[in-house]
Design a protein around this ligand. Structure first.
Ligand code: ADP
Ligand code: MG
Length: 613
């Protein structure tokens, strides 16, 4: 009830301007008004708590430090009440009528510069309170200061340029903000809508928040607690809540930093990679907070693309909570956060790989794809990422990994390059003709099973100044092996090579005696430097141009193999049959390379050959 005539005030010119912006264009998400008012309530409670430490005589001393939100869908109102510090008449005028003196700012100054980082205050919100006018026909602030001698007051405005203050009796300590909603914003007066917003933005506010009598925030902001204080189950529960997940995280990184930025981060790697399961591309989902209040649930540039599988929270007090925070115009700061967090996460993976190798490999099997993507595309972090890559190889057991660094330690002094082969799986690479020459010379070959691997290896190019080289590439030169007994003589081999070149015509670019075949009669090498067999298959699958250019390969023959020796004999004695055998050998090589596209001609030829048996 009013005990004095209302006193009328004009808003400061800047506020009028601000209100105009807020009401008409600033925020796209109107719902954040509730986040702002809850933040203010939390601030006010924090200030009161601080006050109580030094000032025992506080008005309404028995009240709990809590926030109560109530909605009334009939009256179309939403009310946010706190039992915080409240405001005097002067404070109302200063805090809600001018922009120059934000209460939080003054409070922080009073606490002293050094205290800022430790205080739990929500910082300098540029439009905080005024965001209420995005949804409000009118706003009433009922308030009583913590100082007992002050009067209860009600501040009221429709945001159009002026406000009134008058005295009001029977008020509790703190502030009660009653918003009469615009007709098109009446939704915010419904319980479910308010619940949704509070859960999204204010889930981690330290003080209890109730909505229409029911508690809404039950999970703590774990990331601000010390690692040793948090139990394993709490982490898991937090992960499930924050990431809306049903699995349990397989890796977790919880860290804080003061320099160059204040950061509290709690990051999780889920159990499963849903992109691998063929589900849609993951969206960035490490949320950005400033002192427990959500700034952006899916910030695009907070982490590099290839870290899109991470879940969790990054909280930084250094984010300027000014007018632009909704759109995060402060790119430089986000970039800085990005650098610090990415570096820290990479270091974490390095430690995991070293200290908990099995767990790291389990992680790698599921999420290695993302590290490869980063190694191929993220120049800034490439070096660190390449170290984290893992492969099976001709020297590992099936299912066991090696790193590039370990590969290098096993290289002989002669070996200058790191070799790899791409194939669908271990069995097919081992059965193919490409590996045997390397095996015979004790050269280790990395096995790559994923479609992207070739692209990744091409982009990574080298490790430890050693070139990454495809073992099925025509340019690879291998050392001589001791001549084997029973092999076709050099001159005869040369004769056969010439004959084969003639017999196979345009289907081959080159025929030569091989230095890399041991058990197989022939192999096909890629004549086209720029399109490996693998790439050709991929382009074909994607119907890309270029995939139809006539296929030309280099054919290598093994002069030690019985089939080749036999062919040398028949190419003069039975030239017609030799022709069929030559073509069939080429097709066999193409099959091993995964390059034989049309098998009908081959089947007809095989039938003809079988007639001669
Ligand atoms: P900020 O929170 O960044 O200071 P706001 O526009 O949100 O900016 O609020 C302006 C000021 O109004 C606050 O600094 C505070 O002094 C005062 N204020 C707002 N809400 C409350 C409240 N619930 N209780 C006490 N003071 C409040
Ligand atoms: Mg505020």
């Amino acid at each position: 009830m009013s005990t004095s005539t209302p006193q009328k005030f004009e808003f400061q010119a800047e506020i009028k301007q601000l209100l105009d912006i807020v009401i008409h264009s600033l925020y796209t998400e109107k719902e954040i008004f509730l986040r702002e008012l809850v933040s203010n309530a939390s601030d006010a409670l924090e200030k009161l708590r601080h006050q109580q430490l030094t000032e025992p005589a506080v008005f309404d001393d028995k009240l709990e430090l809590e926030i109560n939100v109530t909605t009334d869908d009939k009256a179309k109102t939403i009310t946010i009440q706190d039992f915080g510090i409240g405001m005097t008449r002067e404070e109302l005028v200063k805090n809600l009528g001018t922009i120059a003196h934000s209460g939080s700012k003054a409070f922080l100054k009073a606490l002293g510069e050094g205290a800022q980082k430790n205080s739990n205050l929500i910082g300098q919100f540029g439009v905080g309170f005024y965001s209420a006018f995005m949804v409000a026909k009118s706003v009433k602030v009922y308030t009583h200061s913590w100082r007992a001698e002050e009067a209860g007051l009600v501040w009221e405005s429709d945001g159009s340029g002026s406000y009134t203050i008058e005295e009001s009796e029977g008020l509790h300590r703190g502030a009660k903000i009653v918003i009469e909603l615009k007709d098109d914003c009446a939704d915010y007066a419904s319980d479910w809508k308010a619940k949704e917003i509070l859960e999204r933005y204010s889930a981690f506010v330290s003080f209890p928040i109730s909505l229409n009598g029911k508690r809404v925030n039950t999970v703590q902001a774990l990331w601000l607690r010390g690692k040793s204080e948090v139990k394993e189950e709490e982490y898991t529960e937090f992960y499930k809540f924050q990431a809306h997940a049903f699995d349990e995280p397989q890796l977790r990184l919880h860290f804080s930093a003061d320099a160059p930025l204040s950061i509290h981060a709690l990051l999780f790697v889920p159990k499963e990679n849903t992109e691998k399961l063929g589900l849609s591309r993951l969206e960035p989902s490490v949320s950005l907070y400033c002192r427990k209040v959500l700034i952006d649930a899916k910030p695009k540039d907070l982490l590099p693309e290839w870290l899109r599988f991470l879940k969790g929270v990054v909280d930084s007090e250094d984010i300027p909570l000014n007018i632009s925070r909704e759109t995060m115009q402060d790119k430089a700061l986000i970039e800085k956060l990005n650098r610090v967090i990415t570096k820290r996460f990479l270091k974490f993976l390095e430690e995991e790989a070293k200290n908990r190798t099995d767990a790291y490999h389990e992680f790698y099997r599921e999420f290695g794809f993302f590290l490869k993507e980063g190694a191929a595309l993220d120049f800034t972090h490439k070096d660190q990422l390449v170290k984290l890559l893992r492969f099976e190889s001709s020297l590992t057991e099936k299912g066991k990994f090696t790193s590039l660094a370990d590969y290098v330690t096993r290289m002989g002094s002669e070996q200058k390059e790191i070799y790899y082969l791409v194939g669908p799986n271990r069995a097919s690479i081992e059965a193919g003709p490409y590996l045997e020459g390397f095996k015979a010379r004790n050269l280790e070959v990395l096995f790559c099973y994923e479609a992207v691997d070739e692209y990744v290896m091409n982009n990574v190019r080298e490790f430890d100044s050693k070139k990454l080289t495809a073992a099925d590439h025509a340019d690879v030169k291998l050392s001589d092996l001791p001549a084997q007994e029973g092999a076709l003589a050099a001159a005869d081999t040369e004769t056969l090579v010439k004959w084969l070149k003639e017999a196979l015509g345009a289907r081959v670019a080159e025929v030569k005696s091989s230095d890399r075949l041991v058990d197989s009669p022939v192999l096909a090498l890629n004549a086209d430097k720029f399109m490996s067999p693998h790439m050709r298959r991929m382009m074909k699958a994607m119907n890309k141009e270029g995939a139809d250019s006539p296929l030309r390969v280099n054919l290598e023959i093994n002069p030690r193999h019985a089939v080749i020796k036999r062919l040398f004999a028949t190419h003069t004695s039975a030239p017609e049959r030799a022709q069929l055998v030559a073509e069939q050998l080429l097709d066999n090589a193409l099959i091993s390379a995964g390059l034989l596209e049309d098998t009908t001609a081959m089947v007809a030829r095989l039938n003809k050959l079988l007639e001669t048996v």
